[in-house]
Write a protein that binds this ligand. Sequence first.
Ligand code: IDP
Ligand code: MG
Length: 155
Amino acid sequence: MERTLVLLKPGAVQRGYIGEIITRFEKKGLKLVGAKMMNLNDEILNEHYAHLADKAFFNDLKSFMKSNPVIALCWEGLDAVSVVRRICGTTNSRDAELGTIRGDLGMSGSANLVHASDILDNAKVEIKRFFLPEELFSYEMAFCNFLYSTDEISQ
Ligand code: IDP
Ligand code: MG
């Protein structure tokens, strides 16, 4: 099973979509193994968005991410990284497929409601960036035999 990081960005918190977005991941069958509200600062954002440091929108993006608290979530499941990315949709909400979080709930290429780790190696780094080990939980889902086949559960 993989774990991946999701951030509910300031727009999701302000617009009252925390429940709506969490429900989409829950309904899919992902297991929530970590959740907390946080105020982000330059230190964590400079790391988290290091791949965008040379972009003209970098400072605006950081200001936006600091404008309100975010919700950090860690989801677990088979192929969780790619499954969560597909539930979120492509970066620009106006282009994102209908049925995705960004495609259904947003209009912006920047204020696009959610962050989701893009690949497994980055997910591992990002989960450590946002969660202490004791803030992550391991537990059995009582219905996992109905969510996965026996061979999938062991992956
Ligand atoms: P992702 O969130 O879909 O993985 P990234 O390319 O990693 O997309 O960009 C991180 C975040 O930076 C995006 O989610 C979005 O908030 C912001 N961003 C990306 N491209 C643009 C842009 O062209 N203009 C403004 N903001 C952008
Ligand atoms: Mg990204």
